[in-house]
Design a protein around this ligand. Structure first.
Ligand code: MG
Ligand code: MG
Length: 262
């Protein structure tokens, strides 16, 4: 069952998603060598609660923390802990909140200090692929168009697309129908209608597409232990152009990047 959101509901979704954007920026300010992922998680949880929201991931199927933090070969769903970040790492931070009954969900992969050129390139390709997907997330297109755009963009640049994990519909619940794979065939799958809200979240590997699930029951890592990147936006389907409800604008401010997208 796919719930189409009213304009009022989409504004509530925007509030939740913008709070995710400011939370990720707060995390960004604190990313540095010798910081632990658990410290980042604490900063985020406090920030989310101070703004009257609930960290969406905490307690979800027993997940213990507010953020999923995945370092280097970890793809997604990493559990924050006492391991320190170090120069040259990449760290994927996935954040979800609920406020006023609606959910926000967005993710960003950060560099810790100076990162190898090929890894920097992976992050750039993954971020660009997200916007390639978003440009296809418009009324009248299909879910397969979104996945196809992401897949071709990444594979044409020598990267691979994780198959086991996908994006999703989002609204009152974090995970609603439909599933949003980062691969697919043009013109196939669910028809996109104005008012649908989906989280698009390419998980892209530098090496092979294969992943392994760690014994902690959560962490997903690349099988070949090469790095993986993850960028995510929540968007509302509209005619002509998607409405991007989450934002990287505050992250870009912290990282002093000029965003060409939002
Ligand atoms: Mg997420
Ligand atoms: Mg998501």
């Amino acid at each position: 069952m796919i719930y189409l959101k009213t304009d009022e509901e989409i504004e509530l979704m925007r509030i939740a998603n913008r709070l995710v954007g400011t939370t990720l920026a707060e995390v960004a300010k604190n990313i540095a060598p010798e910081v632990t992922t658990l410290q980042l998680d604490k900063i985020a949880e406090e920030f989310i609660r101070d703004h009257g929201a609930i960290p969406l991931f905490k307690g979800y199927n027993g997940f213990p923390n507010a953020l999923c933090i995945s370092v280097n070969e970890q793809v997604v769903h990493g559990i924050p802990g006492t391991t320190m970040l170090k120069e040259g790492d990449i760290v994927s931070v996935d954040c979800g909140v609920k406020i006023n009954g609606y959910c926000g969900d967005s993710a960003y992969t950060f560099e810790v200090g100076e990162v190898a050129a090929e890894v920097k390139k992976l992050l750039q390709i993954t971020k660009e692929a997200l916007y390639e997907g978003i440009s296809n997330a418009v009324e009248g297109k299909r879910i397969g168009d979104v996945g196809h755009a992401i897949q071709t963009y990444c594979e044409n640049r020598g990267c691979s697309v994780v198959r086991e994990l996908v994006g999703h519909g989002i609204g009152r619940n974090m995970h609603e129908a439909p599933e949003v794979p980062n691969y697919g065939k043009k013109g196939c799958g669910q028809l996109l209608k104005s008012g649908m809200c989906i989280a698009i979240e390419p998980m892209i590997n530098l090496g092979s597409k294969n992943v392994k699930f760690e014994k902690d029951g959560w962490t997903v890592r690349t099988a070949d232990r090469k790095p993986s990147a993850h960028f995510e936006h929540t968007v509302a389907i509209r005619p002509g152009k998607a409405d991007i409800l989450s934002t990287f604008e505050w992250i870009d401010q912290v990282l002093q990047k000029t965003s060409i997208y939002d």
